[in-house]
Design a protein around this ligand. Structure first.
Ligand code: GLN
Length: 400
């Protein structure tokens, strides 16, 4: 299995050769810990700058801190309704209508979850019958592999083209009688690719022709560059009742530790997702759901400002990486640069270890985004203060 190979440091598949699990391997024995999260621990251990895990090292908006404290003080400290506080579902419904062009009934079609991570896991468990195949475009965000394993799905990895566009023939070939769902992530982690309306229409046709469900992770929807527009797959005709649109407050409002996300889907899909969500987590943090309502009331200028800030950071990291000898492109969206490291003569895991230990910068080995391959890639995030990025670039210059 690939996941054992891509491990760095402690990240190994659990050895089930002896002891309690020798004859009874569990699902946990089929995948490793997250390499992304492990790189954060390694960055801390080596006092390195963490450009590995994608989270900000700068504070969230002041209004949100106040809203969260007020919610705690105002006694929003017991369980919210399992599928989310009513005022949050109402606010989400309004926001998604204006921004994404989709209608969701807050009473029956919205589920607030513990981050988009739970939204994806709950959606897969809600949709998959063990043995069903799920199409996963490669490279992919690390979690989708274990998500598939946990839900009993058989992942079918379909490589994106060299420019990260969709290779239609490969996708058509990947669909079989057992295919049940397609996972899409746009804007994409790790590539930054924003799927075009044409590509989304192709996926729509595939889903409609083969009766598939689309699980679409749109957590970076507001982080887009150069005038590009994010389009929700679920807003295309024919996708209304076969799409789960997943979003989160984490990246848009710089609150990755709050763990508040959501799944939007028609009532039939939602009733299944809500059942799984109920027994998985009971609900997302109640006071932070109240603060999320405040987040949704921020003015339009907030979103423009966010994209502008990240655009500046994108250029700081890009210029630094180029100077240090990395081969890379400016991403279209999200906040990662996916570099080619073939020129440095080390595999991704060895190079990531060298960088964190000797150069003082943590990045994510490319192979953690692939079922097979990725050893010539390394992912850096620029979701950091300008000063953090500048210092990281100074350190990386030693490579040149
Ligand atoms: N999505 C972020 C990343 O890819 C954070 C992942 C996580 O640890 N939840 O780095």
């Amino acid at each position: 299995m690939k996941h054992a190979r891509s491990g760095i440091g402690r990240t190994q598949k659990t050895a089930a050769k002896e002891g309690l699990f020798a004859k009874h391997p569990s699902r946990a024995d089929t995948f490793t810990e997250s390499v992304i999260r492990e790189m954060t621990r390694l960055a801390l251990a080596h006092n390195a700058i963490n450009l590995a895990q994608g989270f900000p090292d700068f504070p969230c908006p002041e209004e949100l801190k106040t809203a969260a404290s007020v919610a705690v003080r105002d006694n929003h400290n017991q369980y919210a309704i399992t599928w989310g506080a009513k005022n949050l579902r109402d606010a989400l419904s309004a926001r998604v209508k204006t921004f994404n062009g989709m209608d969701f009934d807050p009473e029956t079609e919205i589920t607030v979850t513990c981050g988009s991570t739970e939204a994806m896991m709950a959606s897969m468990l809600a949709v998959i019958r063990p043995g069903d195949e799920v199409i996963v475009p490669e490279p992919f965000y690390e979690n989708y592999g274990p998500d598939a394993e946990i839900s009993g799905a058989v992942p079918k990895y379909v490589p994106l083209a060299a420019d990260f566009s969709i290779n239609e023939e490969a996708w058509k070939k990947a669909v079989s009688r057992k295919t049940r769902a397609i996972i899409l992530n746009t804007p994409n982690n790790p590539t930054g690719k924003i799927f075009t309306r044409g590509e989304l229409a192709f996926i729509r046709d595939l889903c409609v022709d083969h009766n598939l469900v689309a699980l679409t992770d749109e957590i970076y929807e507001h982080i887009v560059y150069d005038g590009r527009k994010h389009i929700s797959l679920g807003s295309l005709d024919g996708m209304e009742d076969r799409t789960v649109t997943i979003g989160s407050f984490s990246k848009t409002y710089s609150v990755t530790g709050w763990r508040v996300g959501y799944a939007l889907a028609d009532a039939d899909l939602t009733s299944r997702i809500r059942k799984i969500h109920d027994f998985l987590t009971v609900g997302a943090p109640a006071p932070l759901q109240q603060a999320a309502v405040t987040a949704l009331s921020l003015p339009g200028s907030y979103y423009l400002g966010l994209a502008e800030e990240y655009n500046r950071k994108r250029h700081i990291l890009y210029n630094g990486l180029k100077k240090a000898g990395f081969s890379c492109e400016l991403p279209e969206g999200a906040y990662y640069i996916f570099t080619d490291i073939a020129g440095f003569g080390k595999s991704d895991v060895d190079f990531a270890r060298y960088l964190v230990e000797k150069i003082g910068v943590a990045a994510v080995p490319g192979s953690s985004f692939y079922h097979t391959g990725g050893e010539t890639k390394l992912r850096f995030t620029f979701s950091k203060l300008d000063g953090t990025l500048e210092e990281a670039c100074r350190r990386l210059e030693k490579l040149a």
